[in-house]
Structure formats: structure tokens, C-alpha cells
Design a protein around this ligand. Sequence first.
Ligand code: CP
Length: 335
Amino acid sequence: MAKSYLMDIGERLEATGLKNKNLEFLSDLTVEQFMALFESAAMLEPFSRTGLTLMQGRNLCSLFFQPSTRTRFSTEVAMQRLGGTVVTESSPAQNSSAAKGESLADHLITASCYSNVIALRHPDYDVVREALSYARVPVISCGWGNETHPTQGLLDLYTAYRTCGQSFEGLHVCLASPDLSRGRAAHSFAQGLARLGAQVTYFGLSSLPIPEIVKQKLNSLSGNVQVINDGSHQDFLDLLSQCDLCYFPGCCVPKDNPAARDDFLRSIKPFYLTLDECKKLSSGRQRPLGVMHALPRNSCEFDLAIDHSEHELYFKQMAYSVPIRMAIIAAQIGL
Ligand code: CP
């Protein structure tokens, strides 16, 4: 790779201001930091399936206290594509010393001895917040509690940046779910959108509202964010007629909580979107309505025929997750 290209990537990564920092909420980033991350990701994207040696000799330790496919795979692949190595524990509650009662703080001290960066998914944000200061290397949030999933938010923003043009001004995004109390992916996306000047409208249920801390973060941005609760399917379509993107954070309730899963699935009807509706909503527009989903999905959430249409963005999100996570890892470790 040309030395000047490497220097340009280094300059963009430095401009993120994330070296040796943790990223808890996307509301903490400035417009300039977002743009530096997107520009770094765009420069790293040509290497996201082949690799380069930016992180040679560095190691990522991944600890996932909740199930994951996409976030763990793409974070680990991102480190490998950067030329670094990975040690992983996908079931720490069973397989690590957590099973012998070790605290998260001691886990983070331990992982810090073996790595340059830690990727952590955990079900309880309060536990993470108390333990974070014990880590001696940066910790990447791969989803903490119901409140925050900033690297998912960044990959969603990067997908919008790559597919809708590079300006967020004038973009209107609907975030739709019958359970906004567990919509950490949507909340991270919303904070980035609001900071970058997009209009955000949540469509949810008053019985399962946005967590209080997320409301505070959104209010602190003084962006254009509204909430519509308890609307009908027609209300949903009327809203989408004004939107560029429809985002589904999906059902975050694991199978071992069947009552909450059933509640989600029972309430899904007003939110269900068909391919025919997408086509009608897109008629006469410059750009078709884009359908995004954090995944994994349930077949009852939207029409799977959208998979093979111009509206599908959820598989593209997964592909864009590698270059943006390469940028996040390299920014947090530093060159
Ligand atoms: N979107 C997301 O976080 O997916 P995984 O749970 O598969 O990591």
C-alpha cells in the first residue's frame, strides 16, 4: 500500500479523537468525529475482504455475555482484516471464570493483560458502567443492556452514508418497534442521526417506552426527534410516506423469556411492512424507501419478499459492518 494512503488513513483515524477511549453513547460524538470515522471506514473498505497490516502484533479479546452472530463475527473479522489477532469467549458465563464468580471488573483487568482492545457485550449496563474503569485498554461496546449498542449505530449510520449520499441533512428516518424499551440498536442509530441533522420519528407502544437515559441523551442533542405511540397500521404507512428509511431494531428478547417474546410478536401487526406497500410508498420518488433491520429477524416482522427488492438494506448493513468496525478498532487502539 502506498505510504501516502497509509498516512491519510492515520490522519483520519486520529481525527476521530477515540484513541484509548471507550465509546458508550453516540451522543458523545461530534459531527467531525462521525465524519472522520466514516471517511476512515471508506478508506479501509477496499481491504475489508482482503486485509492489511495496520494492527499487526495487536490483539483483540472478545467477551460476549449475551448471544451474538453478526456483532461478534464482524468485530473479530475486522481485527483480523487489520492484521491483528483475536481471542474470543462467546459463552463467558459458562466457560470463563465468571462461572466461578469472578466479577466483570476482574475480567476486564485480566483481558487487559492479554490484549490491546476488548470487545464486550453484556446484558446489564449498570454492571458495565461500574466495571469499565478497571480496564487498562479501550473497551468496545458490542451492546450493553437495553440502553446502548454504539457500534451497531455506527454501522447503520455508515450504511445510510454509503447508500443515501454523504449528507444526513434532510433525511427522515422512522424507527419502528413494539418494544422500544429493548431497542438499543435503534437508540444508538437515533443519537447519531439526530447529531448529524437528520429527522427521526420513533413509532412504538406507550407500554414499552424508550429508556429514560436514552431520552436524556436524545434531549441533550436538541435534534429533530419525535415519538408516535400506539398508532394504527395506516398511521405507520402515513409516517413512512414522509420517510427515506424505515428501521426495525427487531426483537431483543432471548428465547428463555417466552412471555416477553410473545408480547413482542403479538403486538407486531401494525408494524408489519409488505413489499407492495414499499413499492406504493416509493412511487414517484427519486430514491426508493430503504428498509433496515438490526437483525436477527422473525419472519412475522416484515415481508421477506423485500429481501430481493431495491428496498433491502439489512444485508448491506451486515457487509458495511466490517469496514466501520475496522475503523473503530484502529481508532480506539491508535496506529
Ligand atoms: N445486530 C446484532 O447485534 O446482531 P447479533 O445479535 O447477531 O450480534
